[in-house]
Design a protein around this ligand. Structure first.
Ligand code: CUA
Length: 179
């Protein structure tokens, strides 16, 4: 091969790489714009040392709240090595907002079979919006290694038909309520 050929080969591979980068950027742009796929991007800070005193994340306020419009807000604490609460009732086919905090280390969770997938970082409120279609029980494990009890850290999301979830006077539902 002479120098000309080498230069041509280099240019050709340069074009291949540029093309690949272009395709990747196009996929990211199209999927985030057209299909509304994007990582949770909520930036909201909270004092991880004072969660029990916080208005929103004190123990009595954790769990599922049904709002007047029928949507639900779930407030969770992710801590070594459990989610509080252990069982999370939510209505099917209604908007559900999950808000989670950690007082200790980085945790995370997914809900099997759904788009719910976030990290929970001390100091920040993680927020995920979703809608569950099928009633049933969905495992919600911690997916960030957080210590020796990591594999024991999970909750159960119980998706029920909206009519079956009867909130109390404060709009709360829990898994203990008979359905
Ligand atoms: Cu919490 Cu792993």
């Amino acid at each position: 091969m002479n120098e000309q050929d080498i230069l041509r080969t280099e240019l050709r591979w340069g074009a291949v790489v540029a093309g690949a980068v272009g395709v990747i950027i196009a996929v990211v742009v199209v999927s985030s714009a057209a299909m509304v796929l994007h990582p949770p991007s909520n930036v909201e800070i909270v004092n991880p040392q004072a969660l029990t005193q916080s208005l929103e994340f004190n123990e009595a306020n954790l769990g599922t709240e049904i709002l007047p419009d029928g949507s639900a807000v779930v407030r969770l604490v992710a801590t070594q090595f459990a989610f509080v609460p252990r069982c999370i009732p939510v209505p099917a086919n209604r908007p559900v907002t999950i808000r989670a905090v950690s007082p200790d280390v980085i945790h995370g969770f997914i809900v099997a079979g759904t788009n719910v997938n976030t990290m929970v970082i001390p100091g920040y409120v993680s927020e995920v919006k979703t809608e569950f279609r099928e009633p049933g029980e969905y495992l919600m494990p911690c997916h960030e290694y957080c210590g020796l009890g990591h594999s024991e850290m999970w909750s159960m999301v119980r998706v029920a038909r909206a009519e079956e979830l009867v909130p109390d006077a404060n709009g709360r539902v829990s898994c203990e309520i008979p359905r």
